[in-house]
Design a protein around this ligand. Structure first.
Ligand code: DX5
Ligand code: ZN
Length: 224
């Protein structure tokens, strides 16, 4: 059976206490930590870069990182993130002049490569890349901010990608990012997603332990 990933996005975490925020969600069952890198250019918001990740790792916190690059340039950032031994690096096709070369660059460091597709962007970019990808990230909000509303028309797109993956017998994680809440996870599971990037629903909740176990329960129950 497929593995299902709960991936808290630290965009909604308390940055004055970031290390403990990460430790807590990992302790309560998060699989990966989603690291939203924004440059105030590709998206109208500015967040953090490799220096922050480096200091989190240096402080001894153990976690696997899912880097989501929302920057106009990616090829210069990839080696710096790879140095921090991140597991996944995902980029948007518009940010790379040579998508194939960027995928190779990510893989050359032993990281897994992901391609992120905005809500109204076509799936065409998968035609010649899908065989080389480890992860496909379907954006269910326009990238840039947390706490946005889930765009339901994206569900059809998730289904299409799931069919594409299965038809080609590929082992690719189908991740969704934006507006994910307890009450729409079943729709995403039904559409075929197996990785859920969740920001505000986790970090704005009162108990990380409760919210993560409730989400895990929804996933587990779906398959009974
Ligand atoms: C949006 C980011 C998301 C964001 C999700 O551009 O890529 O990862 O943090 O946050 P929520 O879950 O609050 O929509
Ligand atoms: Zn993201």
């Amino acid at each position: 059976m497929k593995k299902f990933f709960i991936v808290p996005s630290i965009l909604s975490a308390n940055f004055s206490n970031l290390g403990d925020e990460i430790k807590n969600v990992i302790k309560y069952g998060a699989d990966l930590i989603h690291f939203d890198v924004m440059d105030n250019n590709y998206v109208p918001n500015l967040t953090f870069g490799p220096v922050v990740l480096k200091s989190l790792k240096k402080s001894g916190i153990k976690f696997d990182t899912d880097v989501h690059l929302m920057t106009n340039t990616v090829d210069t950032l990839i080696p710096v993130f790879a140095k921090e031994k991140v597991k996944f690096i995902t980029f948007h096709p518009e940010s790379s002049i040579h998508i194939d070369k960027t995928i190779s660059l990510i893989k050359s460091f032993g990281c897994k490569a992901g391609l992120a597709i905005n809500p109204s962007t076509s799936l065409n970019c998968l035609e010649y890349t899908i065989n080389r990808l480890d992860l496909i990230l379907i954006m269910s909000v326009n990238p840039g901010f947390g706490k946005q509303k889930f765009l339901t028309y994206v569900l059809k797109k998730i289904e299409k990608v799931r069919n594409l993956i299965d038809k080609n017998n590929l082992n690719i994680i189908l991740e969704v990012d934006g507006g994910i809440k307890k009450d729409n996870i079943s729709d995403l599971l039904k559409a075929g997603a197996n990785s859920f990037v969740i920001g505000s629903e986790i970090f704005c909740s009162r108990s990380y332990k409760n919210i993560i176990s409730e989400i895990r329960e929804i996933i587990d129950k779906y398959f009974i």
